[in-house]
Design a protein around this ligand. Structure first.
Ligand code: AR6
Length: 185
């Protein structure tokens, strides 16, 4: 049984004082709009340089939907940015398992690097067109299940999540915040 705290706050993920923030990226890892654009703008060029390096090495073909990878965080208060690619509903990616995988894989990366506190945005609830209620339900249920299991399977083996003390969902706007808060109470 995990005693990690799960909470929702309304705010900007780029200013969070946590060990790792999760980025709702795209497969290119080279930036975009929404929270991805905000994170790259606040982190500065060091983040983009690390992402370019990943594209030349481990993820030459791009980061797959549902996968996650951690980098440093440039000028952000966080130590790590964990990039994940949510399913794009506008492109027909409607499988909730892909979205659940984003949360699970990101927690796995957090565990792997040793992050104790992690902030998530509402992955896929913006440009990628998912309903905020569906995102909130999948995010909270998947996170609870992974923390209770205490481990997540990853392509490189099982990762221990017992060091994670806090998962904070950082939501832009009242309606998304309310959707998450409903799942947490
Ligand atoms: N802090 C917290 N949440 C934010 C912030 C912020 N600074 N900015 C936006 N949001 P989106 P997606 C919210 O579109 O749907 C990018 O171009 C936003 O209001 O950022 O996964 C990528 O490169 C919404 O509730 O991500 C991809 O191409 C949530 O974050 C694509 O968008 C997610 O919205 C990914 O689309």
């Amino acid at each position: 049984m995990s005693d990690a705290v799960l909470e929702a706050v309304e705010g900007d993920i780029t200013t969070q004082q946590v060990d790792a923030i999760v980025n709702a990226a795209n497969s290119s890892l080279l930036g975009g709009g929404g929270v991805d654009g905000a994170i790259h703008a606040a982190a500065g060029p060091a983040l983009l340089a690390e992402c370019r390096e990943l594209r030349q090495t481990r993820y030459a073909g791009g980061l797959p939907v549902g996968a996650a990878v951690a980098t440093g965080a440039g000028n952000l208060p966080a130590t790590w940015v964990i990039h994940t690619v949510g399913p794009n509903r506008h492109a027909g990616q409607t499988d909730p398992g892909l979205l659940a995988s984003c949360f699970r894989s990101s927690l796995g990366e957090a565990g792997r690097v040793g992050a104790r506190t992690v902030a998530f945005p509402a992955i896929s609830a913006g440009i990628y067109g998912w309903d905020r209620h569906d995102v909130a339900e999948i995010a909270v249920a998947t996170t609870r299940r992974a923390l209770e299991a205490g481990v997540v399977p990853t392509p490189d083996g099982e990762v221990d999540l017992s060091g994670i003390e806090l998962v904070r969902f950082v939501l832009f706007g009242r309606s998304v915040y309310d959707a998450f808060q409903r799942q947490l109470t």
